[in-house]
Design a protein around this ligand. Structure first.
Ligand code: PNS
Length: 162
């Protein structure tokens, strides 16, 4: 069974991420959403919160699982046979970073292929960072977040005193 790994920070998971997951689930027998503890980023949500939210919003997909990982993605990928890493591509500005990551992962483990799914144009300008910035200034993020997690993300901002 070919496994697709969809890694990311998912801080928080957005409707754009969910669109990529839905499409990957139509292409692969098994999709694992891998919530990564990203050492380079200070996150709003803890790893456990991000994982639990990803589980909640993907509960309806029978071939989608959620996992978390603290380490190199290629090390996580080692447990699978011919794994494919899926990443969404939005604007051209994503390309350099994504290309660098795909090549680095390939160098570290030549068995790991990366494929890119072009974003639906509806989500072209959607990112977790933009959602956080809008939410921090009490803007409306309703259309950017899955309804199942909206209140939890907004509550987190209230707790943080933002
Ligand atoms: O949602 P993001 O923050 O763009 O996802 C980036 C992520 C988590 C996929 C990337 O940072 C990652 O794979 N981190 C794990 C550490 C690793 O393997 N780094 C080497 C890749 S250059």
């Amino acid at each position: 069974m070919q496994t697709a790994i969809y890694p990311g920070s998912f801080d928080p998971i957005t409707v754009g991420h969910l669109d990529v997951i839905r499409r990957a689930a139509n292409m692969f027998e098994r999709v694992i959403v891998c919530v990564v503890a990203n050492a380079n980023k200070k996150t709003l949500l803890t790893l456990e919160e991000r994982k639990e939210q990803a589980e909640r919003v993907t509960a309806a997909f029978p071939n989608v699982e959620v996992d978390s990982w603290n380490g190199l993605l290629v090390d996580y990928a080692k447990q699978f046979d011919k794994p494919v890493v899926v990443r969404g591509l939005r604007a051209l500005s994503d390309f350099e970073y994504e290309f660098m990551m795909a090549l680095t992962n390939k160098k570290l483990n030549p068995g790991v292929e990366t494929i890119f799914l072009a974003t639906d144009e509806k989500y072209m300008y959607l990112s977790s960072s933009a959602v956080k910035e809008i939410a921090a200034f009490h803007g409306d993020v309703t259309e950017f977040l899955p309804p199942e997690i909206l209140d939890d993300v907004l509550r987190k901002y209230q707790q943080e005193g933002s």
